[in-house]
Design a protein around this ligand. Sequence first.
Ligand code: PLP
Length: 398
Amino acid sequence: MTTIYFDNNATTKIDPLVLKEMMPFLTDYYGNPSSMHKFGGQVSSHIARARHQLASLLNAQPDEIIFTAGGTESDNTAIYSALEAQPGKKHLITTRVEHPAILNVCRHLEQRGYDITYLGVDEKGLLDLEELRAALRPDTALVTIMYANSETGVIFPMHEIAKIVKERGVMLHTDAVQAVGKIPINLETLPVDYLSLSGHKIHGPKGIGALYVRKGATFRPHMRGGHQEHGRRAGTENTASIVGLGKAAELAQLSMEIENTGVKHMRDTLEKGLLKAIPESIINGDTESRLPNTTNISFKHVEGEAILLMMDGFEIAASSGSACTSGSLEPSHVLRAMGVPFTYAHGSIRFSLSRFNDDKEIKIVLKELPEIIKRLREISPYKDEEGAEAPKRPCTCS
Ligand SMILES: *Cc1c(COP(=O)(O)O)cnc(C)c1O
């Protein structure tokens, strides 16, 4: 039995076509693209091609793309670049629902004397753009706001955000790791300065990503050393992965329509079916402005981890909105920011689909999950605790 994989916002399967494209660079073509000899030099044209493929997906210029070791490095690079380029400015604006690759950098910066504004979200996971406007200050070095949320799939109105931020001449970064490949992004009409993306979220390999840096935007390298990437990111190129990311970008561009028809249809069938079959279940996050592949559903009075474990028995892989922190089960920071009541937040499951899923898999989940929830509710310790505080219990997950 193969795994029914509904955890594509965590990571994705490498597309077989991507792997095929990568293989020669892990075997025969191992030369260093910086070498003077032909054996090495021939590799650099393949890196150039990947840069074109990625630029094409984003409607950017190839020399605006810097290859990095993933989404996390791109996020770190963007933030530190903006701060280093504007040493007098000590204020940043972000949101409470970012990925840890942003939030933990911000927390670290706070300890170093920076002032951070964390914008909140409403119960649908949406921002108040007036709050953003009011938060901008003369000493704001950077606004960093994700394009789409990994946990709920909620898409932020990046064009409106960019208008507000650029009107004030402030630098803007977006972590677009979850948006790239799922919704069209046109950097010719979207005036962000920096944009992060990651290979393994778009059916490419892990450990590779890119940072888009708009032509003319100030930039300071995060990694210093050799002259690779025109001195903007030192280190011998990860050729195979760069080639893989390029191919993944090309395939993402070709699959964009499938993503917004076939994948979306599967997601909607799953969502509607679960809501219908399972009483006291709710969708977390705005359903109007949302990625086509993601649904985050809460089942009242059950524990997300327990649902995951039982689904695992049927080889169904998804992810839960609560995580073990400090020995107790805490709902995710995203659901907490949205104010989802704890009786619901604890039982939240994220299903994130891809073009490699099919209707048969949806049917299996629709058959098994209602039974799982029913059984768990029968033994739920929460049953009589309506509105009570979350009981502190030992953590059972690792
Ligand atoms: C996965 C993810 C990252 C981190 O990317 P890596 O390539 O795993 O370092 C950053 N931001 C978001 C929104 C993500 O989903």
